[in-house]
Structures are given as structure tokens and as C-alpha cells.
Design a protein around this ligand. Structure first.
Ligand code: HEM
Length: 427
């Protein structure tokens, strides 16, 4: 068995390099030595993030409060079974395999001698864990679909998991929208992130199938600063402070037991008309966001993290930060304190044929690229929905962006060792 190349775990690969011995036998998820080993191999990108939540204290899934990795692979799944036990078996398999992959191991034991088994595709063998996190969520249709309570869970649907209202300007394509379940893998290596979702999709065979996916990227500069989006602006500057996560991000006592410590994810695939944007002069672009392009400072400020002064006016009495700017409309102070945790990734799906927007009015190829906007909150009704209702009508950025897909998912609290994600739903 050991002669088979497929029996190398990704961790085993490190051992094969002769480095792991120095790290001792600690599990990669928790072992400081193992982390150092991974760093030695990959210059800091090799670290493992723990999959299971700590045994003590509030339990959260990974990839939410985790410092953002440089890549994501997001997938929405539809369940194709009517059996509750199939769903439980799937969640168990997904939990166990996710925990293995987060340590840098294949999703499941590879057993080529048993031709009846499918096994890990092997495309991440030899790669370090790359801070892989995987989180799993339930969409409204997990609970009730086409009026059917397939799994006897209709009464367990959290109140906050609402049907998303339609917003001004929405052009959501059904093929990129909704889903009974969500899986998001984040990693510092795009191959590790894709591999993880691909394995879970394979393991879901006959129980769930992929509805839509989106890969994303968000590279920080070497100094660890805020990544820039495809419009060239720093994106992620203003986010809730960590001590406020209990108030803003994690579901509390108002939520069902299994959701306490969980969160609600709003995903939106937002196409950006890059060709149009690139024709705009920088001072106008800065007015659109209300921030300086290079430094990321709020207009009227000097540094990226300066507090925006929304009352400042210029010599003509006009607001320095325009009334219809993205930042003004989104800011908590202008939304009765409403906040969300943003953790967005840019995406690039190649090009599509679309009409040019101005003379010579010809058809041509345009980028199918934009932002996979992902935000996490304690309650979407007082988070995304509250904030975006106004923005969807008045944000000057809307002339450059179109929401073409997305979904709302309840991400249950994290599993502790021995549990599976969402277990509390089935008791
Ligand atoms: C393509 C779509 C979008 C782009 C390119 C974009 C870009 C930006 C940029 C550059 C900033 C300023 C820097 C920062 O604080 O991160 C910002 C801030 C923000 N955006 Fe967006 N955004 C997009 C969509 C959205 C959507 C759909 C929402 C929904 C609620 C949203 C909510 C916010 C919030 C809450 C802030 C922080 C405002 C503040 O307090 O200063 N954004 N966004």
C-alpha cells in the first residue's frame, strides 16, 4: 500500500521532505511545529487553519473571522434526495473530509485496490494546507422547496433566513442564484481551494449536485495591506472591529440553538463593466467611492484608516464625500448603525459578447469579471438588506455594476471534534 503514490497525504509529502520529524507528531491543525514546517516549505502560505471549533467557548465555522486567504472557490448545491438520512450522511462525510483536507490530507482514504470506491482526485497531493477553510450553509430551499418539506425541517427554518427581496437593478440569473446548500473553500492556493470543493461535490454524488460556482481572488500586497478590487480601489478598509463580532456577525440567543455562533452569508455575484470604468478619470472614480484611489483615504482625509468626515464641504458648499457616493450610502453612521462583515473576492470568468455602451455601438467582447461580494451578519434583515435597499437605488457606482447572481445561506455554528456541521438541526 505504501508504495502507491496516492497514499501520500499532503502532510506526508512534508514528511517525505524530511522536515516533519522536526515538528513532532502534533496534528497540523494545532501544532505550532507543524505550522513552522509548512512555512518553511511555502514561505508562510502553508499554514493549517483548524477545522473543528474549539471545545470551549463559542464555536464558529472557519473562513469567516479567519484573516482572508488569497483565493476562494464558492459553490451552491441543490439536494437531489428526498431522504433525511441521506442529508445527515452527506453532512457527516463533508465534515470529516473537510477536516482532513484542512490538515493537508486527501478528502478520503485513497483505495485503488477497491475499484468500487471513488477516491480523492489527487490534484492537491504535495501541496501544503494553504490555510484552507471550508464552511457549509443552508439556503431557504433546504428547509422548504416548491412547497415541500422534504426533510421534516420546515419548522426549523430560522426567521432570519428570509427570502431575499428583489432590489432595484437586480438582474439575477437563476443559474447563478440560490441553492439548497453553500460550500465555500478559501485558501492561499487556488488549486487547494478548487480541489476541496471538487472533492465535496464528488462525495455528494446522488445526494446533492452543484448548482453554480464562482472562483475568486484577492491578493494583499507583501506588507499585508488591504487588497484592491478590479476597479483599482482598496476594498475591505472599513469592517466591524473584532470585539463587535458578537453584536454584528454571530447569531445569538435570538437564533435557534444550532445557529448560535453561526452567521448568515449574503453572496452576490456582481459584474463590473470594467471597460466602461477604465474610461473614467480618476477624480470621478474617487467621487464614486468617496475615497482616494492611491492611498484609500476618505476624501478630505490623509490616510486609509482616517475616519470619514461626512459633514465636510468644499468652497462651493458641496459635500466633499458626494451624497450618492458608495461609501456614504454604505457607512454604518448613515444606516442607523447597521454593519456587516465584508470578505469579498474579485472574479474573472473570461470574456462574453455584449454590446458596447457608446459609439461606435458595435458588439464586442467584454470581460465577464467583477466582485464575488460576500458578507456575514447576525441577521440579514438588519444587515445587508437594510444597507443595500438604499444603495441599490442611489449608489452612483450602480452605473458600472450589475448584480447577476447570489444567495442567502444560514451557516450553522462550527462543529466540535466528534460532531458534524448542522448536527443540532437533526436532534
Ligand atoms: C462591485 C461591487 C462593489 C465594489 C467594487 C465595492 C467597493 C467598495 C470600496 C472600494 C469600498 C471602500 C473601502 C472599504 O471600506 O472597503 C467599499 C465600502 C463598503 N461597501 Fe462596497 N463595494 C461593492 C458592493 C457593495 C455592496 C453590494 C454592499 C452591500 C451592502 C457594499 C457595502 C459596503 C460597505 C458597508 C462599505 C463600508 C462603508 C464605510 O463604512 O465606509 N458594497 N466598497
Amino acid at each position: 500500500m505504501s508504495g502507491c503514490p496516492f497514499h501520500f497525504s499532503r502532510r506526508g509529502f512534508l514528511s517525505a521532505l524530511g522536515i516533519a520529524a522536526a515538528a513532532g507528531g502534533a496534528g497540523l491543525g494545532a501544532g505550532i511545529g507543524a505550522t513552522a514546517v509548512a512555512d518553511a516549505v511555502s514561505g508562510g502560505h502553508g499554514k493549517a487553519e483548524p477545522f473543528y471549533a474549539a471545545q470551549q467557548g463559542a464555536a464558529h465555522q472557519g473562513g469567516i473571522a479567519t484573516p482572508p486567504q488569497s483565493h476562494t472557490y464558492f459553490a451552491a448545491f441543490d439536494l437531489v434526495t428526498d431522504k433525511r438520512d441521506d442529508v445527515i450522511a452527506l453532512l457527516k462525510k463533508w465534515t470529516e473530509s473537510s477536516a482532513r483536507m484542512a490538515k493537508g490530507m486527501p478528502a478520503d482514504a485513497i483505495a485503488p485496490e477497491n475499484a468500487a470506491d471513488t477516491h480523492d482526485s489527487g490534484d492537491a497531493l504535495g501541496l501544503p494546507p494553504s490555510r484552507l477553510t471550508i464552511n457549509i450553509g443552508f439556503g431557504p430551499t433546504f428547509f422548504v422547496k416548491d412547497g415541500k418539506d422534504r426533510y421534516g425541517l420546515a419548522s426549523r427554518r430560522p426567521e432570519a433566513l428570509v427570502d431575499m427581496p428583489a432590489f432595484s437593478g437586480d438582474q439575477l440569473v437563476p443559474e447563478h442564484t440560490g441553492g439548497d446548500m453553500s460550500v465555500q473553500a478559501c485558501a492561499d492556493d487556488p488549486q487547494v481551494a478548487f480541489h476541496a470543493v471538487r472533492q465535496l461535490a464528488r462525495l455528494a454524488d446522488y445526494t446533492a449536485q452543484i448548482r453554480w460556482t464562482q472562483a475568486g481572488f484577492a491578493s494583499s500586497p507583501p506588507d499585508g495591506g488591504t487588497p484592491r478590487n478590479l476597479m483599482g480601489f482598496k476594498d475591505g478598509t472599513v469592517n466591524p472591529a473584532r470585539p463587535d463580532y458578537d453584536k454584528v456577525v454571530w447569531a445569538g440567543r435570538e437564533a435557534p440553538d444550532w445557529m448560535q455562533g453561526g452567521t448568515y452569508l449574503v453572496a452576490r455575484r456582481i459584474r463590473i463593466a470594467l471597460e466602461h470604468w477604465d474610461k473614467m478619470k480618476v477624480p470621478f472614480q474617487e467621487q464614486v467611492f468617496g475615497r482616494q484611489k492611491l492611498s484609500g483615504a476618505p476624501l478630505g482625509g490623509k490616510k486609509e484608516f482616517d475616519i470619514a468626515d461626512f459633514n465636510a464641504t468644499d468652497a462651493d458648499g458641496n459635500s466633499v464625500i458626494a451624497e450618492n457616493s458608495h461609501m456614504r450610502l454604505a457607512a454604518a453612521v448613515n444606516n442607523d448603525g447597521a454593519q456587516i462583515l465584508r470578505r469579498a473576492y474579485s472574479y474573472n470568468n473570461g470574456v462574453n459578447v455584449t454590446a458596447e455602451r457608446w459609439p461606435p455601438w458595435r458588439e464586442g467582447m467584454e470581460y465577464d469579471a467583477g466582485l464575488l461580494f460576500l458578507c456575514y451578519q447576525r441577521d440579514p434583515r438588519t444587515g445587508f438588506i437594510k444597507i443595500f435597499d438604499k444603495m441599490s437605488k442611489f449608489d452612483i457606482m450602480n452605473q458600472f455594476v450589475t448584480h447577476v447572481g447570489g444567495g442567502l445561506f444560514a451557516l450553522p455554528r462550527g462543529a466540535r471534534q466528534g460532531e458534524f456541521i448542522g448536527q443540532g438541526l437533526f436532534v
